[in-house]
Design a protein around this ligand. Structure first.
Ligand SMILES: Nc1ncnc2c1ncn2[C@@H]1O[C@H](COP(=O)(O)OP(=O)(O)OP(=O)(O)O)[C@@H](O)[C@H]1O
Length: 284
């Protein structure tokens, strides 16, 4: 292949018969550093941006942490990183001879995000796909994660080459997919589910975010974005656990205040968390 066309990302490159393909190319997962053991990796995906994937990643991690597990978040949404802000994590990372030390949330969730490496968090990250993929691999390989029971990977929206990099480089045990009730979004989620399946990664749960708005005065639930379709989508794609989250101004308020861990989801995510724990036990 011509040098200028080559991304040097053999594991996610579809060009067959390329003479430059390295011997270790292919879907073998990368090693972590010597101080790290990560037992389970869960990707949080959505086919479309802005449906609340980062919020759901933060909530799943918080709920898992409340169950006493050691939890980490790898923010793979490199060009739109929002995880540090939702946990109120600021400041810069430190490193030692073994690797980079992740930041830690108030409840003890370890976080690695490109935003923690920028001199200012409002600086844009305008990187091409292979550079983004390289950063994610470094987050996996060069961070001193330590002993982690569950790592949640906040994926960029869509099914880009970064999606392939993560699923082919990290030992992803399953995905949770996030949708909003619009029909188009549900259709797009199907693409992410089908891609994950083609990569032999099980789809553990579906979170239908912004499914309804509960009126403070009358208590009635209003379906602002149309009738919820999470259950129907989950049945169609044979996804074992479904959760719905309301449209709630408190989410935005707590995320803006860096206090996402303080939100009480009132058990809404229990079915999915149970499913993740059960899959991990079956695997062990
Ligand atoms: N259920 C909800 N109720 C109120 N606000 C919400 C809800 N879900 C998400 N939001 C808000 O919507 C915005 C987008 O959410 P979020 O960043 O989680 O989406 P995303 O799918 O990760 O976006 P992208 O992948 O494009 O970065 C945030 O400001 C978040 O606080």
């Amino acid at each position: 292949m011509a040098e200028e066309e080559c991304s040097h990302e053999c594991s996610s490159c579809g060009v067959s018969g390329c003479g430059d393909r390295t011997a270790d190319a292919g879907p073998s997962t990368l090693e972590t550093n010597k101080r790290t053991t990560i037992k389970n990796v869960i990707g949080v995906v959505s086919g479309k941006g802005g449906v609340g994937k980062s919020l759901v990643t933060s909530l799943l991690a918080s709920e898992m942490r409340k169950r006493g597990h050691k939890v980490a978040i790898l923010d793979a949404d490199v060009t739109g990183p929002s995880i540090p802000k939702s946990f109120g994590i600021t400041g810069h990372l430190t490193a030692d001879e073994d690797g980079i030390n992740p930041s830690c949330s108030e409840s003890g969730i370890e976080v690695m995000s490109v935003n923690l490496m920028l001199p200012q968090d409002d600086l844009p990250v305008a990187w091409r796909g292979p550079v983004v993929s390289g950063a994610i691999k470094q987050f996996w390989q060069e961070v001193n994660w330590g002993e982690i029971d569950y790592m949640f990977v906040d994926m960029p929206p869509g099914t880009s080459d970064v999606f392939l990099t993560v699923f082919q480089s990290l030992p992803v045990d399953g995905i949770v997919t996030v949708s909003a009730p619009q029909e188009l979004v549900a259709m797009i989620v199907g693409k992410a589910v089908n891609l994950a399946r083609s990569l032999e990664v099980p789809v553990i749960g579906l979170v239908e975010n912004m499914a309804y708005f509960k009126c403070d005065d009358c208590g009635k639930e209003h379906h602002i974005f149309g009738e919820p379709q999470g259950a129907a989508v989950a049945e169609k794609y044979e996804i074992p656990a479904v959760a719905t989250l309301p449209m709630d101004p408190n989410f935005a308020r707590l995320v803006d205040a860096g206090q996402v861990e303080a939100y009480d989801v009132e058990g809404a995510l229990d079915g999915i968390i149970d499913q993740i724990e059960a899959a991990a036990k079956a695997e062990a």
